[in-house]
Design a protein around this ligand. Structure first.
Ligand SMILES: C[S@@+](CC[C@H](N)C(=O)[O-])C[C@H]1O[C@@H](n2cnc3c(N)ncnc32)[C@H](O)[C@@H]1O
Length: 328
């Protein structure tokens, strides 16, 4: 994954060889474009919606105006359109943008996503199994130039482009909600990797006296969850980075993807971190696809592990009574 990121960033840097002025660098997970551009004499601001460790994500970029921008392709087309609109709103008319991605993650179709938002989108570089498109900010600003223009209202909840299950209720999440024990009054509940907060919302409807904390690494998920769970504590946090204290119940439909590829890193961190963040007799309840061998992982950290529910595709697991610190 990291290799692919470095590879596409190299393709982008091939195109960034002259000073540009004030530049907005968007979604560069390698964090290598900023020093590269500063080395050319540019002033650089970055924007990424996901938090990477202590490096906080933000829902929308600073106002600008910028002389140029770069954008690393995102997995969702709608999230791309939103990021491109945010970039267009922050760029000066006539300013260039370079949009880049790997060939095996849809890099060839990036020009089509830019259509209508940037003038003359065209491939300007292909190398490192990646592709770089260039376009020009039109004279008129984009139609949807503010974050508020991108709010998705669905089933009485608020979402944004690029959020899980198109800001709706996923079948795995629905199974988890049905199987999850009702929190006790005054107990502390953590909805880990909350997305727009659907799980916490459902538990809150059943147990309004419990105390809810929600967390997610995506600043737009956090923005949505804050609107959907008014009064709850909603924390922008890459896994456990910003989570303090202990909980009686931790619930999660954890991510198993990083970009377009599969990754169990967050799932593993959830399980090992839950051990440290649960109170005595606390419980971790999570849902995963059946093919993911989660039971041995849970067994390494917890004394008691049981399957609470299943259907043809998903399992809901409950793990409780943490035992001794797992070895690594
Ligand atoms: C499968 S979705 C579940 C969302 C929501 N709980 C639901 O069921 O609708 C997983 C969520 O994990 C979040 N996520 C991904 N990586 C993360 C990380 N490192 N730390 C915290 N959350 C993360 C994503 O932003 C996404 O909202």
């Amino acid at each position: 994954m990291r290799d692919r990121g470095d590879r596409v960033a190299r393709a982008a840097k091939d195109m960034l060889t002259r000073p540009l002025g004030r530049v907005l660098v968007i979604e560069d997970e390698t964090r290598s474009l900023k020093p590269h551009l500063e080395g050319l004499g540019d002033t650089v601001d970055t924007w990424h919606r996901r938090s990477w460790g202590e490096d906080e994500g933000r829902p929308w970029p600073s106002d600008g105006p910028y002389d140029a921008a770069t954008l690393r392709a995102l997995p969702s087309k709608e999230a791309m359109r939103m990021a491109l609109s945010a970039a267009a709103a922050a760029l000066k008319p006539g300013a260039p943008i370079w949009v880049y991605g790997a060939n095996d993650e849809g890099g060839r179709s990036l020009g089509a996503v830019m259509e209508g938002l940037f003038d003359d989108p065209r491939t300007v570089h292909t190398k490192h199994r990646s592709r770089v498109f260039e376009g020009t900010r039109p004279q008129t600003p984009p139609d949807k130039a503010r974050l508020e223009d991108w709010v998705i209202a669905r089933d009485g909840r608020v979402g944004f482009p690029g959020l899980f299950a198109k800001s709706g209720l996923d079948p795995a999440t629905a199974l988890l909600i049905r199987a999850c024990p009702t929190p006790k009054p005054q107990s502390r509940v953590l909805d880990f990797a909350c997305g727009l907060g659907i799980i916490a919302q459902a538990l809150h409807a059943r147990a309004p006296e419990a105390e809810y904390t929600l967390c997610d690494a995506d600043a737009l998920a956090v923005e949505a969850a804050r609107r959907n769970m008014a009064g709850a504590e909603v924390i922008l946090s890459d896994t456990w980075t910003r989570i303090q204290g202990r909980f009686n119940l931790i619930v999660s439909n954890p991510p198993i993807h990083e970009g377009k590829g599969e990754s169990y890193t967050v799932l593993e961190q959830l399980i090992l971190g839950a051990h440290a963040h649960l109170k005595q007799r606390g419980r971790l309840v999570l849902v995963t696809q059946k093919r993911i061998k989660v039971e041995p992982l849970l067994g390494r950290a917890f004394k008691a592990v049981e399957r609470l529910a299943e259907d043809t595709r998903f399992d809901v697991w409950q793990a409780s009574k943490p035992k001794a610190q797992p070895s690594s």
